[in-house]
Design a protein around this ligand. Structure first.
Ligand SMILES: [Zn+2]
Length: 338
């Protein structure tokens, strides 16, 4: 027997109109035995047609996507839409309210929890609702991320290759339309693997664009602009908002992150002193920074050198570092998709 979601919403996704309400995630606590947690959602439907679903705030400390989606939700009218547009700016709302990557309710990392669990913790229930209710309705999905507290990230779109050549071609075309300066093709091997929204949507055959729009748990205005302009271009191209004005794209450069050999990880705890910034081109063997011992002033710091030639996609943002932290992640021009 299929186990159904426990999350509900007063919004009828099949009704025409523009609606703002919330998903209601049941959560029984000391202070609220029969209560629920709200997740704000805006649904716009205007007759039959395809469905685009836009997500932000899967990690609570990533802000560009949340703002871009709220801007879009306010500005788009019912008459702008053909078919259906569903916008959820703060998907893991408890994490957003806490300003954290993870939910304070269950320590859940939403984008490492897919496909989720209908009867699990709040974060598991949200992932399941996305996997089981929202993505099956979707013909296009966008999931907006940034580096958050621990990473600074070059502004980019991130794609997974599809299940076949046709699907890969389709997402590459969408990346071209989205128009981030860089599009990174990733297998997910150094990130969330099969536990991400993108992994589930790929299995369902829903073309999906993910992003990284900045980092450091602050707001990059250019990242907000890229997200908003990119989604407007996508939705127009897709026929969801065929008549809206969109700014032109200047094109995108395809890059890839092959695997963990393109990272520098901290081999000891200490204080991280980076020597380069995200977006810089580096060569194999180039000095990348130092890792200082914080409990022994006379100990020589560890010198960090880049293991490969490439461009810096992300770097650790906080100085305080534990063994195993990713300090740098490199990308290189795309060679193949597969
Ligand atoms: Zn994220």
């Amino acid at each position: 027997m299929k186990i159904l979601t426990r999350i509900w919403t007063p919004i009828d996704f099949d009704r025409d109109g523009k609606f703002s309400d919330c998903l209601r995630v049941p959560y029984s606590s000391d202070k609220s035995a029969y209560g629920w947690i709200p997740i704000p959602i805006v649904a716009i439907r205007n007759g039959p047609g395809r469905t685009a679903v836009l997500f932000g705030g899967s990690h609570g400390d990533e802000y560009e996507g949340q703002l871009a989606l709220m801007n879009l939700a306010r500005s788009l009218r019912q008459e702008d839409v053909v078919g259906r547009l569903i916008i959820i700016p703060s998907l893991n709302f408890p994490a957003v309210k806490a300003g954290r990557r993870l939910s304070p309710l269950d320590n859940g990392n939403l984008n490492r929890t897919f496909p989720g669990n209908a009867l699990g913790s709040p974060t598991q229930m949200i992932a399941h609702y996305v996997s089981d209710v929202l993505l099956p309705m979707a013909d296009l999905a966008v999931d907006l991320h940034s580096g958050g507290f621990s990473l600074d990230y070059v502004q980019c779109a991130v794609l997974r290759p599809g299940r076949n050549e046709e699907e890969t071609k389709q997402v590459l075309e969408l990346a071209e339309v989205f128009g981030a300066p860089v599009t990174v093709i990733s297998s997910g091997s150094t990130g969330g693997g099969a536990t991400t929204l993108n992994a589930v949507s790929r299995e369902l055959g829903v073309p999906t664009i993910t992003t990284e729009l900045g980092g450091g748990a602050t707001l990059s205005p250019s990242g907000v602009r890229l997200a908003e302009d990119g989604i407007r271009r996508l939705c127009k191209h897709f026929g969801t908002t065929p008549r809206i004005e969109v700014p032109p794209t200047t094109g995108t450069v395809l890059m890839e992150i092959p695997g963990s050999e393109y990272h520098i990880y901290a081999e000891a705890e200490g204080l991280f002193e980076p020597a380069v910034q995200v977006g810089e081109d580096v060569v194999e063997g180039q000095f990348a920074g130092r890792l200082h011992s914080f409990d022994d002033p006379l100990k020589e710091p560890r010198e960090l050198r880049f293991p490969k030639t490439g461009r810096v996609a992300s770097r650790r943002f906080p100085s305080l570092t534990a063994r195993g932290d990713s300090l740098f992640e490199l990308m290189r021009p795309r060679r193949k998709v597969g």
